[in-house]
Design a protein around this ligand. Structure first.
Ligand code: F6R
Length: 348
């Protein structure tokens, strides 16, 4: 059942290239994509709404929409949508509700309230036939098959790929380049697995970490931090790299581990953050494409294959998934079934 892997989580991490291919095929052949794009193009305001990992995909999607389609999108946590945005919503607005399970109560409550105000609602979900997919005017399926492990991995990357696809198409850019993604994801797994394993003994005694990103990699830093918290039980804070100097920098001690997810276009900015940490004795771990500037400044480097800024952000979450997995196993935990959590949250 685990296909020769020790855990479902590791199996599902390795399934990512294959399900990425599947979702790109589904999107290319979907009858709904064009009408969703038409409504996004004319919407007064667009919201991407989800919880936990699915919210992080919304954050990544909003960056892709800004950069590739020149469209402003508000990514928002489902529960915060109600007090913050609902009073301003009307029938000219469009929301995309994102959920692996399609049963998360917080998402369904936001959907109900948004529909009461006349908003056009679409969904992005893995479980087709779920309450969410039955309640929206159109649903884009994630095509991942069952995700058994409680920490979401392959459904996250397919959510991000779906947003990347929509932004690419809405922006009138070349869609064929997306066909390279599955192979790049596969190379990322092969390339980063040994690098991540070598890092684990250097940082796994810490119960406090930071994971920083900027622009498109900000969402990946938050997602990496969530995975680490979820299955290692360590405290890992994800934040915007440029905010670190506005306070948290004071926490840096000798060897204190800080992960920097470096997009290829943001290396100079990330390097200045790295130097603020290393000059105080902290351990700066850079994740990014091969780059002399990262090698020269970071304490450790995890190298991903070279591609472009949009792809690099997506690829960089893979070593973070692997890192949380190996750290969890090294601590003697079962990453598939972390304590206190269940796969689907059907309560308020
Ligand atoms: C983290 C994780 C959770 C879910 C969240 C939303 O690995 O799985 O944070 O992402 O509970 O669940 P869905 O996507 O089913 O709405």
């Amino acid at each position: 059942q685990k296909g020769g892997f020790a855990h479902f989580m590791l199996k599902e991490i390795h399934e990512q290239p294959q399900v990425a291919r599947e979702v790109i095929n589904l999107l290319n052949n979907s009858a709904d994509v064009q009408s969703i794009l038409d409504q996004l193009a004319t919407a007064r305001h667009i919201y991407f709404i989800g919880c936990g990992t699915s919210y992080h995909a919304c954050l990544a999607g909003a960056v892709y929409f800004g950069q590739l389609a020149k469209k402003a999108v508000t990514p928002v946590l489902a529960t915060q949508f109600i007090p913050q945005y609902l009073p301003a919503v009307n029938q000219e607005d469009v929301g995309i509700f994102v959920s692996q399970s399609g049963e998360t109560k917080d998402v369904l409550t936001a959907l109900q309230e948004a529909q009461n105000r006349g908003m056009t609602c679409f969904s992005l979900a893995n479980v087709i036939g779920s309450t969410l997919t039955r309640g929206t005017s159109a649903c884009l399926p994630l095509g991942c098959g069952y995700e058994i492990s409680v920490p979401a991995t392959k459904t996250f990357t397919n959510q991000v790929i779906t947003f990347l696809y929509l932004a690419t198409r809405l922006g009138g850019q070349d869609l064929r380049q997306l066909d390279r993604l599955p192979e790049l994801m596969s190379q990322t797994i092969t390339m980063t697995d040994p690098q991540v394993k070598a890092l684990v003994p250097k940082i796994n005694s810490w119960n406090d970490l930071y994971c920083l990103g900027y622009g498109a990699t900000y969402s990946m830093a938050l997602e990496g931090a969530l995975k680490l918290k979820e299955i290692t039980y360590a405290h890992c804070e994800g934040m915007l790299s440029t905010e670190f100097k506005h306070g948290p920098l004071s926490a840096v001690l000798k060897d204190f581990p800080i992960l920097f997810v470096a997009g290829p276009e943001d290396v100079p900015l990330i390097v200045s953050g790295i130097n603020e940490v290393t000059c105080r004795g902290g351990r700066a771990i850079a994740i990014g494409e091969a780059d002399q500037r990262l090698n020269a400044n970071a304490t450790d480097v995890i190298t991903i294959p070279s591609s472009n800024a949009a792809f690099a952000s997506l690829l960089s979450v893979i070593p973070l998934q692997l890192l949380s997995y190996y750290m969890s196993v090294d601590r003697g935990y079962d990453p598939d079934f972390p304590r206190n959590l269940s796969k689907t949250l059907t309560v308020d």
